[in-house]
Design a protein around this ligand. Structure first.
Ligand code: ADP
Ligand code: MG
Length: 970
């Protein structure tokens, strides 16, 4: 703002701050909580009245909850566009508790035609106005976007600027020093800037909602225009402020840093409230703008040169009633503030001249008036009374509408404006000089304050940068460390590989050494063998000599043995002859045997044969015996079978007998039973008769009693009795006889039974015995059959043996025959030899040749063995030779491997070195880049103006370059 223009306050006018009130609808949570709609909108056309809890508030405008964004914009903010384009300052800020709709009102949903708020609509409108204006106007629009959080100004377009300071320009108008300004030439660019700022706000904080409700966001649009025809320059600043929530701390239950934040918010908001109260009071000379950054920034908007609209946002819910009331009170107070607004115009030289003339005239007029007044005053002082007609009119002033002195430099410092902050009137008791001094002192102090602020900002920026650098460096270090570790690991790995390769090489060398040793051993062995071979050949020669000797000896011995045999044969022949003679003399057949013993019986074979023959004869006799026994056994078996059948027959008979006896026994027992029955019947008869007898005796007694009376009858009775007795005796005899007979019969039967029982017993015994016999016989038979089978087998075997024997005999005979033949041949040979030896003493060559042949064969054998050994050795040698190239190859391969590994190691080391160098270089480069960047950051960043020409759409920037050269305002 160094190029702030001196202002013309000629057209300055008092203007009240406009306060509009907007109520949002009940939100979901309020509806859920059952909050009531506590606000009433009294009927009327003005729509400027609301009542809450019986208290009525009047504002410039009241928007009901259903008011659209469009309506709010049109009725509360639209007029400010024309003001700004006409060179006035403007401010719109939204005040209210959190979630009362401030952001909704100011921003809304950018890009949504229905939901977008005041800022996007204003931006669009500004550009649309420009496009519709005269062509000779050129506009430069720049925007800034920053937020105030914890009384620090953070630039939202450059995150490194975290604590900007507020300075005053030469017109004592505060501005945020160092805030990024972006030149924009279209609404889209503005929206891009807003988006950027919002995203930076998001990056800087974790909880956006929390943060946004605790910080004030300020969007500044600076519009400068130049009339290309008359060089008239106008400028207007438009502050669009979304304030932090105005709720009380106690309500949110904030603590700690949150509480600090809340306190700060409340501090700045209460500073705002204090400023507004002070301004509303009207009598206060000091307005505490400097209590907070917010009020400093809004200094011109509150009681200064700005058209200001405050939108107070409220919730209609009963839950928020107290906040709503305090918000409404704030608005009510703000409504009383009066601003003095004037156009910010940069005057041309001619204009200045004109004004100078005008001011000169004014001064002359004032001077005239002062002269007149002085004359009048002197008249009064002289005790004259001046007639009212002669009095100078005090009301009439040369120029009432220009209360401000415009100095040539445009300085307003001395202007005695009661409402302006910079130059407030002190209490009248102070002298002008003192006042001046105090003013100066204050000015100096403010300047110092600003300087300190600036310093703080710079320092904090520096700190921020340093922090960033630190972070970068730390990151670099970390990555370097990581790289280093990786390299170290790589090195370790390579070293390990190298170690293992070395180990391998060692092993291979060892193996090779072993092989060489082996080879040496083998060659030594070969030498040894060769030596052995030589010694063997020597030995062989010696042996051959010995052999020759022995052969000659053998020949001698043979000769001797032949001679002796001859003699023995002769002796034997003689002996046999003698024996034959003895045999003849004895006259036995045994000479046959002796005859067999011919002169050859001197051999062992003969003896063996005889033994064999003896054996054979023995076996023959044995076989014969066995056959006989077999036959005997067979006949015995037949006998046994016969016997068995006989026994079986007997057994059947005795069984029959037994059954007969049993039948008889049954009949006898039955007859016994019958006899018993008869005996019982007879006994019963006897009993009956006895009874009768007793009865009769009784009757007899009775009759004896009555005998006298019946004498006659007695006789008859005696007679009868006699008869009866006779009868009785007869009967008794018969009975007795019968009983005796029966008893006899009984005893007979008893005897018969016992006899039969005995018989039965005997039979059963016999039966049992026979059964046992039968079993035994069966057993025997089984045994016999087993034996028989065995014998049959044995027989078969004997047969086989016999056959074998026969075959043996045959072979033996054949062999004997061959032996005989051989013997014959031998004898013949001997004889021929003997003959030869006898006939030709010279013919010893034959024997020599045989011996030589034998010798040769022996030697050949030896030679064979030796050649075998030699061959074996040669083969071994060849094998070793075959293996040698392989081993050499292996050795070479391992050597190559070692070399490759060594080169790889060297390469890796070199690579590591290179990497390290590269890394160092990279680090240096990055450091350099960082340094450059820092330098660049510190250095001034050139901004390219994007001028916009009125009457043209922003896309056609044909004139842009031309007008761009004209530069910015000064
Ligand atoms: P503040 O910025 O004051 O904290 P917001 O503007 O973020 O509050 O509003 C809070 C919520 O209420 C948002 O979801 C917003 O869409 C909604 N809201 C605010 N005012 C209105 C309105 N007039 N009409 C509809 N919804 C609204
Ligand atoms: Mg908000």
């Amino acid at each position: 703002m160094a190029m702030e223009t001196p202002r013309e306050r000629e057209i300055a006018a008092e203007d009240s701050i406009k306060v509009v009130c907007r109520f949002r609808p009940l939100n979901d949570s309020e509806e859920k909580a059952g909050s009531k709609f506590v606000v009433k909108f009294p009927a009327g056309n003005d729509e400027n009245c609301i009542s809450i809890g019986g208290k009525v508030y009047l504002f410039d405008k009241v928007f009901k909850p259903n008011a659209t964004q469009d309506k709010v914009y049109n009725e509360a903010a639209k007029s400010i566009v024309t003001d700004v384009l006409a060179g006035y300052n403007g401010t719109i800020f939204a005040y209210g508790q959190t979630s009362s709709g401030k952001t909704h009102t100011m921003e809304g949903v950018i890009g949504d035609p229905n939901k977008q708020g005041i800022i996007p609509r204003i931006v669009n409108d500004i550009f649309n106005h420009i496009y519709g204006m005269e062509e000779n106007l050129e506009f430069h629009i720049k925007v800034s976007y920053f937020e105030i959080y914890m009384d620090k100004i953070r630039d939202l377009l450059d995150v490194s600027k975290v604590n900007l300071s507020v300075h005053e320009d030469k017109n004592r108008v505060p501005f945020v020093k160092g805030a990024t300004e972006r030149f924009v030439s279209s609404p889209e660019e503005v929206f891009e800037v807003i988006e950027e700022g919002k995203s930076n706000r998001h990056i800087a904080v974790t909880n956006m909602n929390e943060h946004s409700s605790r910080s004030h966001s300020v969007f500044l649009i600076n519009v400068k225009q130049e009339n290309l025809e008359n060089q008239k320059k106008l400028s207007g600043k438009l502050y669009l402020v979304d304030l932090a929530g105005s709720e009380k701390v106690s309500k949110t239950g904030a603590e700690g840093t949150v509480l600090d934040e809340a306190k700060n918010i409340n501090k700045s908001l209460s500073a705002l409230g204090n400023v507004i109260s002070a301004l509303a009071d009207g009598n206060k000379t000091h307005i505490p703008y400097r209590d907070s950054k917010l009020t400093r920034i809004l200094q011109e908007s509150l009681g200064g040169n700005a058209r200001t609209t405050i939108i107070i946002c409220c919730s209609p819910a009963s839950f928020n009633e107290s906040e709503t009331k305090s918000t409404l009170d704030f608005g009510k107070r703000a409504k009383t503030i009066k601003n003095v607004v004037c156009v910010n115009e940069e005057l041309t030289a001619e204009e200045w001249k004109r004004r100078y003339e005008r001011e000169k005239e004014k001064v002359a007029r004032w001077k005239g008036k002062v002269d007149k007044l002085e004359a009048e005053l002197s008249r009064w002082r002289q005790g004259e009374t001046v007639k009212p007609e002669e009095q100078v009119s005090l009301v009439e002033a040369p120029d009432v509408t220009t209360p401000i002195n415009v100095s040539v430099e445009g300085k307003l410092d001395d202007s005695p404006m009661p409402a302006t902050p910079g130059g407030g009137l002190m209490i009248g008791s102070l002298s002008n000089e003192e006042r001046q001094k105090l003013e100066e002192e204050r000015e100096r102090l403010y300047q110092q304050l600003d300087d300190k602020d600036e310093e703080i900002n710079q320092q904090s920026q520096y700190v921020e940068k340093l922090k960033e650098q630190m972070d970068e460096q730390e990151e670099l270090i970390a990555s370097a460390r990581r790289d280093y570790e990786q390299l170290q690991q790589e090195m370790n790995r390579i070293q390990q590989e190298n170690e293992s390769a070395k180990e391998e090489v060692k092993e291979v060398l060892q193996a090779l050494e072993e092989l060489a040793v082996n080879y040496d051993q083998k060659s030594q062995e070969v030498e040894l063998k060769n030596k052995e071979q030589e010694s063997m050949t020597e030995e062989l020669l010696a042996k051959q000599v010995a052999l020759n000797n022995t052969a000659s000896e053998l020949q001698q011995l043979r000769d001797m043995s032949a001679h002796q045999r001859k003699r023995i044969a002769e002796m034997l022949a003689n002996f046999l002859k003698d024996l034959g003679e003895i045999g003849v003399a004895i006259g036995g057949e045994s000479n046959e045997n002796l005859k067999i013993a011919p002169p050859e019986s001197n051999g062992k074979l003969e003896e063996e044969f005889t033994v064999a023959r003896l054996f054979i004869s023995k076996m023959k006799s044995e076989v014969k015996n066995l056959v006989q026994r077999c036959q005997g056994l067979e006949s015995f078996q037949v006998d046994c079978n016969k016997k068995v059948s006989e026994y079986e027959k007997d057994l059947a008979e005795s069984r029959l007998l037994i059954s007969q006896h049993e039948a008889r026994m049954q009949t006898l027992t039955e007859s016994m039973k019958e006899a018993d029955a008869r005996k019982r019947a007879l006994e019963e008869d006897v009993d009956a008769l006895r009874e009768e007898c007793a009865k009769l005796k009784a009757a007899e007694q009775v009759q004896a009693v009555t005998n006298k009376e019946k004498a006659e009858e007695k006789e008859a009775a005696t007679k009868m009795r006699v008869a009866l007795e006779e009868q009785m005796d007869q009967l008794r005899d018969a009975h007795q006889k019968q009983v005796a007979a029966l008893r006899d019969e009984l005893s007979e039967k008893q005897e018969l039974i016992s006899e039969l029982k005995d018989l039965n017993q005997k039979f059963t015994l016999a039966h049992q015995q026979m059964q046992a016999d039968y079993e035994r016989l069966k057993q025997e038979e089984a045994n016999k059959s087993v034996k028989l089978q065995e014998l049959v087998l044995l027989n078969e075997r004997r047969e086989q043996a016999r056959k074998d024997l026969k075959g043996l005999e045959d072979t033996v005979a054949k062999e004997l025959q061959t032996l005989h033949n051989l013997r014959k041949l031998f004898v013949q040979d001997l004889q021929t030899r003997i003959k030869k030896t006898i006939s030709a003493e010279d013919n010893e060559d034959d024997g020599g040749s045989l011996a030589q042949k034998q010798k040769i064969s022996f030697l050949e054998n030896n030679l064979d063995q030796l050649t075998k050994v030699h061959k074996q050795l040669v083969r071994d040698n060849a094998d070793l030779r075959c293996e040698l190239p392989k081993l050499e190859k292996r050795l070479r391969a391992t050597m190559e491997r070692i070399k490759a590994l060594e080169t790889a190691l060297r390469d890796a080391k070199e690579g590591a070195m290179r990497d390290r160098k590269r890394y160092q270089y990279e680090v240096d480069r990055i450091k350099e880049a960082v340094r450059q960047k820092n330098l660049a950051r510190r250095g001034p960043s050139a901004q390219i103006a994007k001028p916009i020409r009125a009457g043209q759409h922003h896309l056609s920037n044909v004139n842009a370059i031309r007008t761009g050269n004209r530069g910015l305002f000064n």
